[in-house]
Design a protein around this ligand. Sequence first.
Ligand SMILES: Cc1ncc(COP(=O)(O)O)c(C=O)c1O
Length: 385
Amino acid sequence: MIRFASTDSRRETGNIKWDLQGPIPFGIADMDIESPPCVVEALQRRLNHHFYGYAYMTDELREAICAYLRNRHGVSEIRPEWLHELPGCVPAFTLVARTVCHRPEHEVLVCTPVYPPMLHCHEDARCRLLRVPYANRDGLWTFDWEAMEAAVTPNTRLFLLCNPHNPLGRVWRRDELEKVADFCERHDLILCSDEIHCDLVLDEGLQHQCSLTLPEPLLQRVVMLSAPSKTFNIAGICFTYMAVPNAALRAAIRKTQGHSLPTLNVFAYAASLAAYTQGWEWHEQLIRSLRANRQTVYDYIAEHLPMLKTRHQEATYLAWIDCSALGVESPHEFFLEKADVYLDNGANFGSPQCVRLNFATSPELLRMGLDAMRDAVNALLAERV
Ligand SMILES: Cc1ncc(COP(=O)(O)O)c(C=O)c1O
C-alpha cells in the first residue's frame, strides 16, 4: 500500500527537503511516500539484533541484484563479482572520472541539462568538462549527434550518461543507447551510465535500456551505476552499486578508491535486500500513483499555467518545466519568494530558465503547491498590465 506523508509530518526530522526547502518543498529526488513495508520490517529486524558492527555485501545480496537485473532489465550476462558497492552514485562519478581521466588535459563529455553533480566530477578529477546541449527534435529531447562529434577530441576519455534521464525524463530507446555506445567505441571512451531512475519508467510499453545489455566488445567499456534508493525511497540509507564487466577497469576503479570511502552500514544492506526481493508489488502501486500525479501536473499547467512549458516525461517523478515565457531572471527564486514553493533551480542543471518539480508527494500538497504557483504567476501578470 502506498502511504503518502501528511503535510508537515516530515518536518524537523533532519531531512534536506523538509527542513531546508521552505514551506512547500518540491525539490530534491526524495518522495513523500513511506518506504515499502518489507523494507521497514527488514530494518526493524536488523535494529532489534542490537549488534551493528562492520558489514559487507553478502553473496545473497549480490545474487539478488543479479537476479533483479536479469528479470527486470533483461541483462542476460551478469556476474556477482562485477558488482562493487558504494555509499552513493555521486562519489561514483568522481571515482570513475579520476580513474579514467588521469591527466589535466583529459575530458569528460556530458550532455546538458543534466543532474548537477555530473557537471562537477571533473573538478575532483582535475580534468576538463565538455558540455553538449541535448537537441529538441519534434518535441522530444534527444542527443545532438553532430554537436557531440564536433565536441569530442582525442583527449576525451569518459562519456557520462543519465539513463533514464534526469531532468528530461527520457527513457533512451534501444537505437539511442546503441548509438551512444557506438560513439564511445569510435572515440575510445568509457561509457558511465547512471541508471538510478531505471525502475521509474512511467509510460506503459516503454522499457528501460540497461547498458549491461550491450553486446561485446562494447560491454567492456561500460560502467553501470544503480541503486534501490530512488525506487524504494531509501536515499538516506546510502547504498549504490556499480557493475563493471571489464576486470581491468574494475580493478583500476578499486585502486583509485583506495581507502578513501568507508564500508557501508548494516542497514543499507538489510534494506536493499528486502527491497529487491520483496518490494515489487509495492512498486506497481507506486508507479500508478506517480502516473496520476504526473497527469495532475500536466493538466494543471495546461489549464492554469499555460506560460510554463513541459514536455512529456517518460520516466522519473521530476517534471522539467521551461519558464522562459515568465520573463523573470530566476524562476527558482521567483517561485520561492512569491509562492513559497521550492523547485530545483535549472541553472544548476545547465538551463537557468527551467525548474524541476518533484511531484512524488501527496495529491493534496501537489495541488496546494500548484495553486500557489498559479497565484504567483497571476499576480506577476497583473503587475505588468
Ligand atoms: C541521476 C541521479 N544520479 C544520482 C543521484 C544521487 O545518487 P546518490 O544518492 O546515490 O549519490 C540522483 C539523485 O537525485 C540522481 O537523480
